[in-house]
Ligand binder design. Structure first.
Ligand code: ADP
Ligand code: MG
Length: 608
């Protein structure tokens, strides 16, 4: 399938490597790739079977592991050794799990480390269990593609925290996959729909994902190829399984002779699926006729659908947006095939929903597109480039503070918080530099602007967020915003403008040649800046509050300040640090008293 290449060094034929996209779902998982000829993302399937692999793992008595449909068949007969919904356990400690009604045993290891699942005499953590699913996916993909698969992009829900993302990465590694990137499921869905690729205008997309056991809705903002999840809301215990349960309960009430069974549940799923394209379901079963009309089904699931709509409202509110701000609504997850779900989501957002891409596959397809971009094949879709030199701003003492390091893939975005160094400072000068040296004087200045109108506050209290955004065309937008007052300003620069390859090379060389001297210079400047700031704050404090101190405290403080002042004129950073420590030691008790007063006064001033 892949293109054939010749390795010039060995003279041998080699197939081009492939990076796959993987949707590791709670209920189903699958692999997709970018088709080398058609240049379209496709889900991998064997012959004409389904692309979906149930995310279920069965441990046989002989100690072997079975994954997918074969494991699903063991759910009813071997509940204790058949594991489902592992994704809900990823990165979780025992105490994190509120609901714990699994047919397999989750054990409390009495630590705050990850939960384990006990099967037979052994126990497994969720990373090991997920790795089994990923191994199966890898093997399948290799079998279908007839080539080794070693690299992957794996999707996770937008609400996954760092621990859960790391757990997913580890599972990939354990399965023998090099996980190049973990991407958000709603982002992948947007990519599969091709949204945001060629839009210059910012777009707001609501991604509604109703799967087997979980529901989440994400509000994603797209701007020049950058995906930002503004908010997410949902319920990790709400999905198609609940629809199935509702149908089973309905039949049990209608037919008192029936008993809950796996077989009855399978018919419930069948009924649900049939009602996606017809209005009535009928099936003889034991001594009764199982029947379900679309009206009755809709009535059964209405409360569940309502709950998802409330989540949509919460997500919008959290993003600070209204329905009118949403440009597009995407349907993701197998359960969005239910007609009532589509209707009601469309009604809620007051616009038609997008459901043209297979909802079971859409996330994996998006992952495959991202994989192809990382492989460097899809250049025309998203312009991925790198920054030739680091970009940053000047901070106290003329130091370069890098926000976007050189060789970062663009488009990219970075932000950092700064504060003022003087009491009552009303403006901050933002100077943007490009280059690799530690002191800005050795780098290239690109732009400078001032954030004005910061309300008077003690030094250190304002929160100034400086953000850098480089779009796919290499245009840098620098914005500064004081978060307490909301004052903001921004500027656009062309960082690459006028720089030749020779310039870049010269700047890199000089940074290498001067690396050691730069590090020393930076350390000294940092120490001097800190020392100066400490002197300023102490001075300001004394001028306002000297009455609060004893004569002895005043004298010892003055002596320590003098010693620090002297050390600043020399070039020994260790001496400066020592003198700062001494002053801090003396002033700490009363400085803390004073800070409290200063902060409460400042709060009154800004009318919070
Ligand atoms: P997950 O993201 O949780 O892994 P999926 O997106 O694969 O889950 O969705 C699985 C759910 O979709 C199951 O509850 C399944 O019964 C349901 N489903 C699949 N096809 C249909 C259909 N035609 N009508 C209704 N529900 C469906
Ligand atoms: Mg899913």
């Amino acid at each position: 399938m892949g293109k054939i290449a010749i390795n010039i060094a060995t003279g041998s034929l080699q197939k081009e490597e492939i990076i796959v996209g993987i949707d590791l779902g709670t209920t189903n998982s699958l692999v997709a790739i970018m088709h080398p000829e058609s240049k379209k993302a496709v889900a991998l399937r064997e012959h004409n079977s389904s692309s979906l692999v149930p995310s279920i793992i069965h441990f046989t008595e002989q100690g072997t592991v079975v994954v997918g449909d074969a494991a699903k068949e063991k759910l009813a007969s071997h509940p204790a050794s058949t594991i489902y919904s592992v994704k809900r356990l990823m990165g979780k400690a025992y105490n994190d799990l509120q609901k714990n009604k699994t047919s397999y045993q989750i054990i409390d290891t009495n630590t705050d480390s990850l939960v384990r699942v006990a099967i037979g005499g052994k126990s497994y953590n969720p990373v090991e269990l997920s790795a089994e699913i990923l191994k199966e996916l890898k093997t399948r993909a290799e079998h279908i593609l007839k080539m080794p698969v070693a690299k992957a992009v794996i999707t996770v829900p937008a609400y996954f925290n760092d621990t859960q993302r790391q757990a997913t990465r580890d599972a990939g590694k354990m399965a023998g996959l090099d996980v190049l990137r973990i991407i958000n499921e709603p982002t992948a869905a947007c990519m599969a729909y091709g949204i945001g690729v060629n839009n210059a205008e910012p777009q707001v997309v609501a991604v509604y994902d109703l799967g087997g056991g979980t529901f989440d809705v994400s509000i994603v903002q797209l701007q020049q190829g950058i995906f930002e999840v503004l908010s997410t809301h949902g319920n990790t215990y709400l999905g198609g399984d609940d629809f199935d349960n509702a149908i089973v309960q309905y039949w049990l009430t209608k037919h008192p002779t029936l008993q809950a069974s796996q077989e009855l549940r399978l018919w419930a799923i069948e009924a649900k699926k049939q009602l996606s394209s017809s209005t009535n379901f009928e099936q003889p079963f034991q001594d009764v006729l199982l029947q379900l009309s679309i009206e009755d089904f809709n009535q059964l699931i209405q409360p569940l659908v309502n709950e998802t709509l409330q989540s949509c409202q919460s997500a919008l509110t959290d993003a600070g947006l209204t329905i009118a701000d949403v440009n597009t609504v995407l349907m993701v997850g197998g359960s969005t095939r239910v007609p009532l779900v589509k209707q009601q989501v469309a009604q809620f957002f007051e616009k038609a929903v997008n459901d043209s891409v297979n909802p079971d596959e859409v996330v994996a397809l998006g992952a495959a597109i991202q994989a192809d971009i990382l492989a460097g094949n899809t250049k025309d879709v998203l312009l991925l480039d790198v920054t030739p030199l680091s970009l940053g701003i000047e901070t106290m003492g003329g130091l370069m503070d890098v926000l976007i390091p050189r060789n970062s893939k663009i488009p990219t975005k970075a932000g950092r918080q700064y504060t003022t160094s003087k009491d009552g400072q009303s403006g901050i000068i933002i100077s943007v530099y490009q280059g690799e040296r530690d002191l800005v004087q050795h780098n290239r200045k690109l732009a400078e602007f001032t954030l004005k109108g910061i309300p008077a506050m003690p030094a250190g209290l304002p929160k100034v967020e400086v953000s850098f955004l480089i779009n796919a065309d290499g245009i840098l937008q620098v914005a500064a915003k004081e978060l307490r007052s909301g004052v903001q300003t921004q500027i656009e620069v062309k960082p690459q403008y006028g720089i030749t390859d020779a310039d870049v090379e010269a700047m890199l060389l000089s940074s290498l040649e001067n690396a050691e001297a730069d590090i020393k210079a930076r350390a000294l400047v940092e120490a001097q800046t800190e020392g100066e700031q400490l002197l300023q704050t102490t001075e300001a404090f004394l001028s306002k509050n000297s009455g609060l101190l004893t004569q002895a405290e005043l004298l010892s403080t003055a002596a320590a300040m003098q010693a620090l002042q002297l050390s600043l004129t020399m070039t020994d950073k260790d001496l400066i640090h020592a003198k700062m420590d001494e002053l801090n030691e003396i002033s700490r008790p009363f400085a803390e008293r004073v800070m409290d007063v200063a902060i409460s006064t400042a709060m009154k001033g800004t009318k919070i």
